[in-house]
Each structure stands twice: as C-alpha cells, then as structure tokens.
Ligand binder design. Structure first.
Ligand SMILES: [Cu+2]
Length: 539
C-alpha cells in the first residue's frame, strides 16, 4: 500500500487537520497487506495503447505556467518548451524543460524530466523534474487532451496539470502552480523544402493529378476488373499497355509481363519533365530515423522541426481498422528502417543481385515493395482540405470535388496527390538512380546484353533478353486509339480530365446502376466496335 499525494490530501480535507490525517495514514500502514515485493523483472514492452500514447506525447511542446505561484525556480515565465521522447515500444519517458533557445543550445537544460508510462493512461500522468543540483525538485501531475484524439496525432494535443514543489512540506498550504503545454504540429515537407510555383502549377493541374492517379489505378486494378470494365477502359484508351495484351502491375504475371518496365519508364519520364523546372536531387541514402533525445538534443529538435523536409510525419489512427492503424505505425518505426529499408538499400545497389533480374522483374519488385512503403512511411495523415479534418482512409478515389485539387493536398498515399509532395521527387530520384546500377550490373556480368536507346525522348534501353518490352506505356499518348482532339488544345479526348474521371469511375465504382450510366458515356470507337464484332460473330 502506498500513500499517494491525492489520497493524503483527501485525508487532510476530510479530517481538517494534519494530526488526524497522519493518524489516518498510520492506520493504513498497519492494515494487513496482501501484496508482496515483486519478484524477478519480466520483459515488458508497451502494448498498442501504450505505443499510441507514446506517439501522442513524443515531440516538442510549448508550455506556460499559470496561477498565483506560477513558474519553476530559475526559469523565466515566458518562452518555455518541453522536449519529450519515448522509445518506439518504450515505457520510459525522457524529457527536458527550459527555454526554447537553451534547449537548442549546447548548454545543459535546467530541468530534466523523468517519468514512465508503465500502467499509465492519458487521463493521469505524473513525472518528476530533476533540477541542476541533481535532486528531484518538482512533480508534474497532468492529463492529456487531444483534438481529434480518435485520429491519433492528427490534431493539437494539450497537457494540463499542476506542478508541486517537492521541497515543501505537505503540512503547508497547497500552492497554486498550474500549467498547460501545447504540442507543436508536425511541419509538412512542403513548408520546409517547397516545390517552385512553376512546377507546382504543372503538378496540381487536374489533368496531371488525374493522369497520375489513373495511370497507377488501371494497372493496379486491371487483373481484378470484369470484362465489361476492361472493355470500357479500352474504349477510352486507358487500358494499361497494348490493347488485348495489357500489362497489369499486381496480377499473377506482374513480374513477367513487363509492367515493371512501365513503372520505371513512366517515372523517369515524369522526373525528366519536373527536373526541367526545378533542381530535384535524389536522396543518396534513405533519411535516418529520429535521433534519441537523450543522446542528441539538438538533432532531436531539428528532426521535430523537420528542418530538411525528410523527417517522418507521425502515424495516425483509422477508426475501426486496427490492422491498418498498426501497419501505418509499424511502417514508420526505426525497426522497419533497419529491417527493411536498409536491406533494400543494400540489395538494389548490389551488382550480383541486380544482374539476375530483368528490368521488368526489378521494376515490379521495387514498385510493390520499397516504392509502396516509401509512399506510406513518409505520408502524413490525409486531411480534408476544406477544414483540415483528418480523413484516415483518405479521399475516395472516385471523389473529384474541387477542394481536392488545392495545393495543400499532397498526401503521399494517393497518386492523385503524391506527386505534389516534395518528398515524392527525392525518393523517386533514388529509385530512378537504381536503374543505372542495374545497367552497370549487367555490363559487369554479361557485357553488351543490354544496350542504351532513347525511347520517347527518355534515355532508355533497347528491348531484348533483359528488357521485356520496347513500348513502355505512358497512357493513351503511347497506346491510345485516337487522335481525335479533345476540349483542350493539343490534347486528345483520352487526356481530357472528364475522360480520365470517367475511366477512374469505371475502375473504382462497384455500383451497377452508376456503372451502367458510365458505360453509356464510353464513346463507341471503331476499334471497340470491331472488338465487339469479333467476339460475337460466329466466325
Ligand atoms: Cu507514380
């Protein structure tokens, strides 16, 4: 049995005097107690709830004290901050409290926070402050309150509570020293390493957003689509690859059908155009995980300020889908960096590994593994641009409301918006550079078997034993069926935003009635008519 401050203070309040309270305490001490001191320690890590609490707490907080006895000895009243760090599955809380400047300097902060989350819940946290003399000088009791708490880390969190001086006798009147700490929101990459206005204007144009989404969508979904959907997409020129010999990206033959070549090629093509508008260097290595506060306080501060735009946005929660929430949070751990990303970094620069792969196999492997994970590891919680409210499952892929076209929609997890995010270009640069490693590997192991060739204005490779296809797919521009001009000058019907929305609707909608109306809008082109005839004629 331990006598907590609350319990003790309650005792004082009830009895109205210190002596009876002490007597009351004594009675508790001498009551027979069933608990014993614990045995050997067990290996404990934070459970999911604990990890979520840790993730809500980790970071930089602005703190102010209020009340008659506000403040901490030796610290100014204004400009104070708290740095808090907790290991990924950790239960120990480490932190510092001082002015924002001093926390970022080489000087030792005046207060260090010691605490733990063992058995903690957000409604009641209690940590100690260790002062410069090495003594535990204050106790902080607080509760965590989050805006949009259900989404985890998506809104502002506040910690509010009381600070108690520990060198003050409990017999003295209670001091009035409250505090409120507000968590700083994670600064997005676009605030730190913005794309220039020319490039942005090109990227956010409906045409480009829809193109990038549709290019990924039809090849991602193709193997799952029913024949009427496939035919409708063929009808508007948006089948992935040559008609009737499409190259899906996720079906059972994805690694043999050349879809990986399309993946590498389309992004190299896109990078070339973007780099003509802005210098977009590739990452040389994947950015490192968050530095530990206790070892590198200045690095910790820079990381949470996202100073170079490569820090990981915190994970978020998707209500009712624990599996997805857990996946998002696992993907963002340091362990995942060490267990997966570093392995990819090594393998995809290893000639012995690369020389066994065709370009299509390599592209497919990168696309489905590393590439998807890069997108999600660096993704921030998706938000509705109209009010900033988190939408954990992101925009519906067939929702084309105008608000989604704004600059701030640069969610990395959706090809409609991912290319608007600066991080996209730096990691796609890294992926693109690996194609050159692949070429060098083949030059070393079987020289002359892969030869360079410019295709569609892009430095590329001739098809052959190691390159499956000679016609990498860029959408209707390379495999469309029509040169009929669309509403926009210099564009075919197929590249018109309305046609692309139609194609996306066909790809994603499952409502029979809505689909029937979409099918009616598919123009009956000559090839489509021919196709139908061939299938129904007895010959
Ligand atoms: Cu892409």
């Amino acid at each position: 049995m331990k006598i907590s401050r609350r319990w003790f203070m309650a005792g004082l309040a009830v009895t109205g005097a210190a002596v009876p309270a002490a007597y009351f305490g004594h009675r508790e001490w001498t009551k027979p107690d069933p608990t014993i001191t614990p045995g050997e320690a067990s290996f404990d890590v934070a459970d999911l709830a604990g990890q979520r609490l840790a993730s809500a707490l980790r970071g930089v907080w602005d703190i102010r004290f209020e009340g008659h006895d506000a403040g901490l000895e030796g610290l100014p009243a204004q400009g104070l901050q708290v740095f808090l760090d907790i290991g990924q599955k950790g239960r120990g809380v480490c932190g510092f409290l001082d002015t924002a400047e001093r926390l970022r300097s080489g000087e030792t902060p005046r207060y260090r926070i010691l605490g733990d989350l063992a058995g903690a819940d957000a409604a009641k946290l209690s940590w100690r402050l260790v002062g410069a003399d090495g003594l535990v000088s204050y106790e902080l009791e607080m509760i965590l309150d989050e805006v949009w708490a259900n989404f985890g880390n998506a809104g502002k969190g506040t910690l509010s509570g009381k600070a108690w001086r520990l060198d003050r006798s409990l017999a003295l009147p209670v001091q009035d020293n409250g505090f409120v700490a507000v968590k700083r929101l994670f600064p997005e990459a676009r605030e730190r390493t913005p794309l220039n206005p020319t490039l942005l204007a090109w990227l956010i144009a409906p045409e480009h957003r829809l193109f990038h989404q549709l290019w990924h969508a039809t090849r991602d979904k193709w193997h799952t689509l029913a024949k009427d959907k496939r035919d409708a997409l063929r009808g508007i020129g948006w089948q992935p690859g040559p008609r009737d010999n499409e190259r899906d990206a996720r079906g059972p033959r994805k690694d043999r059908n050349g879809s990986g070549v399309d993946f590498f090629f389309m992004h190299r093509h896109m990078l070339g155009t973007a780099r003509s508008m802005q210098d977009l260097p590739s990452w040389e290595y994947f950015p490192l995980p968050q530095p530990e506060l206790i070892r590198d306080r200045v690095g910790f501060a820079r990381y949470f300020d996202n100073h170079d735009g490569t820090a990981l946005p915190p994970p978020w929660l998707a209500d009712g889908d624990d599996e997805y929430s857990r996946w998002v949070s696992d993907l963002k751990t340091a362990e995942t960096y060490e267990s997966n990303f570093q392995v990819w970094e090594s393998q995809y620069r290893d000639p012995a590994y690369l020389a066994n792969l065709t370009l299509g196999q390599f592209g497919s492997e990168v696309e489905l593994g590393l590439h998807d994970w890069l997108h999600m590891r660096w993704a921030s919680v998706p938000r509705d641009p109209s009010n900033g409210q988190p939408v954990p499952f992101a925009r519906d892929p067939a929702d084309f409301a105008p608000r989604w076209y704004g600059l701030e929609n640069d969610f990395l997890g959706d090809p409609f918006s991912s290319h608007v995010n600066p991080v996209f270009w730096h990691f796609h640069g890294w992926i693109d550079d690996r194609i050159e490693d692949w070429f060098r590997a083949h030059e070393r192991f079987h020289p002359g078997e892969v030869s360079r060739l410019v295709v569609n204005g892009v430095p590329w490779f001739a098809s052959g034993r190691w390159v499956e296809v000679d016609d990498p797919w860029l959408g209707p521009d390379t495999h469309g069926c029509s040169t009929t001009p669309g509403l926009q000058r210099g564009k075919t019907v197929e590249m018109d935003p309305e046609t692309m929305k139609l194609a996306l609707g066909i790809t994603f909608l499952n409502d029979e009635k809505k689909l029937a109306s979409l099918f009616r809008r598919v123009p009956q082109r000559p090839w489509y008519a021919r196709n139908l005839k061939a299938k129904t004629s007895p010959a």
